[in-house]
Structures are given as C-alpha cells and as structure tokens.
Design a protein around this ligand. Structure first.
Ligand SMILES: [Zn+2]
Length: 246
C-alpha cells in the first residue's frame, strides 16, 4: 500500500477568537504514521524539560506548496520555499515549530529530535537563522538521500531526491516525472529496498527489471500498477512504522 497520511492533533501558533492557542488547522494537520509518532515523542521529551512543541506548519498540498513558493518568489515571504516536488512538507514529513516555546537550547532540541529520527534542515543550531525552525522526519527516504549523496543517482540534489521520493510515496504528483509518476514511485521503492537502479527519473528498463527480478516481482511494462503495488508491499514489510500508527 501507499504510505498513508493520518490526522494529528497538536497545538499550533494560531489563536482562536478567545485568544487561546488552537490546534493546527486540519488542512495542515496530516502526517505519515512515523512522523506522528516522532512528533509526540519529541513533545513528551520536551515537556519533561518544561518546553512545548507548538507547530506553525506541517503538511502542504501541491497547491499550498505552490502558493508558498510563489510567496517566496514575490518576496511576500522571506524564508526560502521550493517549488512543488522539493519539500518534505508535501510528504507529510516536515514541520515548522515555534522556537520560543521549546525552553531548551536549539542544540539540545536537535539531540532530542535526532533520538526520534528527526533532522534539522540548517547545518548549525543557530536559532536566529532562517529555517532553524524546520525539521524533517525522513524515514526510509533517508536511504534515497544517502543514495544520491553517494553519487548513485545524479539527476537531483540528495535533498530534492529524498523529498520527491517521500511525496511519490503518498501518491502525490511530482512535476519532474511527468506522465511517469508510478514508474518513478517504483524506482523510489527499489532504492529504499537497497537496490541500485540509477536515477529516479520515471524511465524504467533493464536496471529496474533486474532489481525486480531479484525481489521476486515480475517485470511487466503492461502492468505498472501491479509492479508498484508489489514493491510498495515490500517497503511496508521493511518499514512497518511508516504505514501503521504505533
Ligand atoms: Zn518548513
């Protein structure tokens, strides 16, 4: 099956009419099951230190990401926001938080987050820099990141490849793959299953055939849906926490 998105009930920076903090609005309050678990585990650890995990953003649909990118391009929004297809927000795997509420240093927060598989997007724990508030739960897509970082894929930067992989895995369109969304999703699955198949580009052929064969899946270009379901099921067996809420 595809990686599902599940609703998450978490406090946000947004206030209700009475001026009290309200939950993250439902259009944003969706994430993968492993991200859901990570967020609550981080919140629990933070609570022990007197801090709160208060979110300002989580899931973005294709349209929401396009708007966010447009706001960056037009200068309405200062923080960088990539075009659709390049953000873990679109995979339900990234969140932005209110750093003034964590009550621990950003360096300490990084340690707490890392314990639960959540990584910052900036390279140093300096709270005053742009995007210091953004964190990703990359899950198995970290394998895609590493694959590209190791030079086994060359058509994207590692971060873009990993986020595209995450977006494909929930069944959302990634422009870079045009009419070959399912083929690209098969490639993402194969990489996460440890296979080396070249780039994620939606062009499947010899390399994909060989990898599928090794996994006991029949390579049949007339049955792309069947191949995708088969490899998604293998990914689910390998990473069950990404498919079912703990
Ligand atoms: Zn963000």
């Amino acid at each position: 099956m595809k990686t599902p998105l599940i609703p998450i009930d978490i406090l946000s920076i947004y206030k209700n009419k009475a001026g009290n903090a309200s939950p993250l609005p439902s259009r944003m309050a969706q994430c993968t099951p492993d991200t859901h678990a990570a967020i609550f585990n981080i919140a629990k650890d933070l609570a022990k230190k007197g801090g709160k995990l208060i979110l300002s953003d989580l899931f973005r649909s294709y349209e929401m990401q396009a708007q966010s990118h447009q706001d960056y391009v037009s200068g309405k929004k200062k923080a960088f926001s990539p075009a659709p297809g390049g953000s873990f927000h679109e995979a339900g795997r990234a969140f932005d938080l209110d750093l003034s509420e964590i009550k621990v240093s950003l360096a300490d927060f990084w340690k707490i987050a890392a314990k639960h598989g959540v990584l910052p997007i900036v390279s140093e724990p300096k709270a005053n820099q742009s995007e210091a508030w953004h964190f990703d739960c990359r899950g198995s897509h970290q394998l895609v990141y590493q694959y590209y970082a190791d030079g086994k894929g060359t058509n994207f930067k590692p971060y873009t490849a990993a986020s595209a992989s995450g977006i494909l895995s929930i069944g959302v369109h990634v422009d870079a793959f045009g009419a070959n969304q399912k083929q690209a999703a098969i490639q993402s699955c194969l990489i996460r299953l440890g296979k080396v198949i070249g780039n994620i580009d939606g062009q499947i052929g010899k390399n994909t055939g060989k990898a599928l064969d090794e996994l006991g899946v029949k390579f049949d270009l007339k049955n792309v849906d069947g191949m995708l379901t088969a490899v998604e099921n293998l990914v689910q067996q390998k990473f069950p926490g990404e498919f079912v809420a703990a």
